[in-house]
Structures are given as C-alpha cells and as structure tokens.
Design a protein around this ligand. Structure first.
Ligand code: CTP
Length: 403
C-alpha cells in the first residue's frame, strides 16, 4: 500500500476536544473514527477533562492521551503529533478555542499541535446561540475558513439548558464523513451516483411482511465513499438499520415495486447506478387490508406469491452507453468457483457492467461491519477486497472500470 493510500485508509487523526458539554459527543466521534480505520490521538484541553476524563479518551481511542505540554518532551511531543497527523479535528470547538486557534496561541498541547501541522483542519463548533452569533466568534470562524479550515455545523436544535437554536455540535457520523472525506481525492467530482440501499418489505397484511436481513450498511458505506469522492448522491432506501449520510438526497421506497418505480424514474439522470439493496423476489398477490387471522387457516397456509420486478435487469435494459451499472450478488454456495460463476452469469443476464459478489450465510455478510467481496467485470480477472465495509466501499469505487 502506498503511503498516500495508507493515509486515506488508516489516517493518523488528532482529535482536539475543548471544554464544552458536547465533549461527551466527541467520545462517539472518536469511536466512529476508530471503527472506520483511523489511528486516533485525543488531545483534550484542561477544561475538556472536567467534562470527560482521561480513561474514557484512552479506552475509546485505544491510545495513550496527554493534555500536558511537558509530557513526552524527549520526543518533542508538542510538535511531533501535529507534524505526523494526516488530519486534525477540533470537536467540540468552543468560542474560546476558536479564538485561540484563530489567534495562533500556543499555550497548550492542542495549540502547539495545530500550529505545527499542515494537515487539513476540520472544526465542529458548539456553543450557545448568542455566542455563536457574536461578531467576535463570526470573525474568528471566517478567519479560520479563509485559511482553509473546514467548518462542520453547528446544527440548530436543543442546547444544554432550555434554549434551542443554532449552536449544537453536528452529529459524530457527519463530522467523521466530512473529516475523512477531506483526505480522499475527488475522483467522482461532477458525477451523479444513484444507490439503492437496505432490504425491501413485502406486506402480507398491515402488520406482517416478507423481509430480509440486509442492514443497509454496505449501501450507505458506498454512498459515503461516493460523497467523499465528490459525487452528488441519491439514495433510494428500503428498510435499513445504518445511518444515512447527511450529504445525500434520500428517497424512500419500502417495497420492491416502489423501489422499481423510483429507480427507473431516477436512472437516466445518473452516471453510476448501484443496486446494493436486497430486493425481495416475491410478493403477495393481494396483501390483505386487515390482519390475517389464523382461525380458518388449518395447520398450514400458503400465501399466493408472485414475482416482483427484477430491477437490475430492467436498469440493464435501459442503460445508456456512458452509464455504469453495478449490481450485487449474494451467494451462499460453499464453493468459491460456483459462487463466482453464478455472479458472472448474473452480470451477463442482467446487463450490469460490474457485479459485486459477496458470500452470505447465517453468520456472515449481514449486519456485520466487516465484509469480503469480489468485483466481477467483463475482464476474466476478478478483484477481491476484505476489511471494514467503509474501506471496502472506497476501494470498490476506486476499482470501478472507466466510464
Ligand atoms: N435484484 C433486483 N431486483 C430483484 C432481485 C434482485 O434488482 N427483484 C438485484 C439486487 O439488488 C442485486 C442483484 O439483483 O444487485 C442480484 O441479487 P441476488 O439476490 O443475488 O440475485 P437474484 O437475481 O435475486 O437471484 P437468486 O436469488 O435466484 O440468486
């Protein structure tokens, strides 16, 4: 792996935490970054430690933590952390910390680290609305933005007391998206990407459905990876358990038929179309208006099932020459060759350019953060990727054929 790839897949990230109540949300941010493969060093300010203690930062980042300028003097720690960082995130950034960073103050480890670094700086402010709207704070934010810092949020919502308004720190996953996205080359800038996500539900009656185990994790990871590469992303989602990236346009399509209708309507305005959703192959011919009672059914019951539309196949039929169509194939056969052959057949019969093959079973593939996939294209060679769904999603997009 080149050092550039390494800094994208497992970047060294410094998370500077300043002293505001949102420090507790920074714990989730650090966890999110670690789960996505980052090597995180937390630098809390002295006031941040009054909100969240040292053991929490050490346990969650899996790294030793120090806030003291005079620790690790022999390793010249006060500048080394900044020099080595691929990325620095300030979350939460209080009004005081914003002022001190804007002013170039170097009175603590966080200050020296930021001054010694040329890495992208991502700032997630959090404070009461009056402070956020104060001209002094605005000026500091604009100064930092002008120097290239990426400012995430703040959002509008409930603050610490009874008050509401702008000043609430952005959600940890959104901060992680922007921050890690800053390291990724914008290879999909100007492209529009359409991704179906999750598992459809085919209703038997108002309370029961035929569903599947898809968590939506792979599809949302692909959407994040596409956003990070500069694409404009539309997510068409059935049922899912993952969180949706806030930078995408989301359209709900709970059933196979609804997903079909939305995908067909959206297809022509997108350059890359990815069918990551697990679509039910069968639906009930006539879903009941009322809850079906078991009285009168006897010991067994066979609902009248009919086929749903094969969306990928239809997308393949309507594909424009410049469009790239990506399907998935969930295969359970224990023999790798059989799995790959079945995926190659699906690629050809459905008219997809690429099929992403993943092995699924009771214990693999669903709801887990790790995955192993094989990318199958027209080339007889296939490419395999293994790792977190986040890193696999990025590598898959980077490996797509030219279009
Ligand atoms: N797919 C689809 N519409 C369906 C069923 C599947 O668009 N009604 C898509 C999936 O989103 C996936 C690809 O087709 O991108 C392959 O899905 P998979 O479940 O592996 O294959 P099936 O075609 O359903 O074949 P089988 O279940 O017989 O293996």
């Amino acid at each position: 792996m080149s050092s550039h790839e390494e800094s994208v897949l497992s970047p060294r990230v410094v998370v500077g935490v300043s002293g505001g109540i949102a420090a507790y949300k920074a714990v989730s941010l650090v966890r999110e970054l670690v789960l996505r493969g980052a090597h995180v060093t937390v630098i809390p300010t002295a006031s941040a430690l009054k909100f969240v203690g040292m053991p929490t930062w050490e346990a969650i980042s899996r790294n030793p933590v120090t806030a003291d300028l005079f620790d690790g003097v022999a390793e010249v720690r006060h500048v080394a952390l900044g020099q080595q960082a691929d990325l620095i995130i300030l979350a939460p950034a209080t009004a005081h910390t914003l002022a001190s960073v804007a002013g170039g103050f170097a009175g603590d480890l966080l200050g020296t680290t930021i001054l010694a670094s040329s890495a992208p700086l991502v700032i997630a402010p959090a404070m009461h609305t009056e402070m956020w709207e104060n001209p002094a704070v605005r000026a500091n934010v604009e100064l930092l933005r002008g120097r290239g810092a990426l400012i995430v949020g703040p959002e509008s919502g409930a603050l610490t007391g009874d008050d509401r308004g702008p000043g609430r720190m952005s959600e940890p996953a959104d901060i992680a998206d922007v921050a890690l996205g800053a390291l990724v080359p914008k290879t999909l800038r100007g492209k529009r990407v359409l991704i179906s996500v999750g598992g459809t539900r085919e209703y038997l009656d108002p309370v029961r459905f035929i569903g599947n185990r898809s968590s939506g994790e792979m599809g949302t990871s692909l959407a994040r990876a596409a956003l990070a590469r500069g694409a404009e992303v539309t997510i068409v989602h059935a049922h899912f358990e993952a969180s949706l990236p806030s930078g995408a346009r989301a359209v709900s399509a709970p059933t196979a038929q609804e997903m079909h209708d939305v995908m067909m309507a959206e297809q022509s305005s997108h350059d890359i179309v990815i069918m990551a959703a697990a679509v039910a192959d069968w639906r009930v011919r006539e879903p009941s208006e009322d809850k079906i009672s078991k009285a009168g059914q006897g010991d067994s019951w066979s609902p009248d099932l009919v086929r749903t539309p094969d969306i990928l196949r239809e997308l393949g039929e309507h594909k424009t020459p410049s469009q790239l169509l990506v399907g998935f194939a969930a295969e359970t056969d224990a023999d790798e060759k059989v799995r790959e052959q079945s995926a190659r057949t699906k690629r050809e019969t459905k008219g997809a350019d690429v099929i992403v093959l993943n092995q699924v079973g009771r214990k693999i593939g669903f709801g887990t953060l790790d995955t192993a996939v094989t990318l199958i294209s027209a080339s007889p060679q296939s490419l395999s990727f293994e790792g977190s769904k986040t890193s696999v999603a990025g590598r898959l997009l980077d490996a797509l054929p030219e279009h």
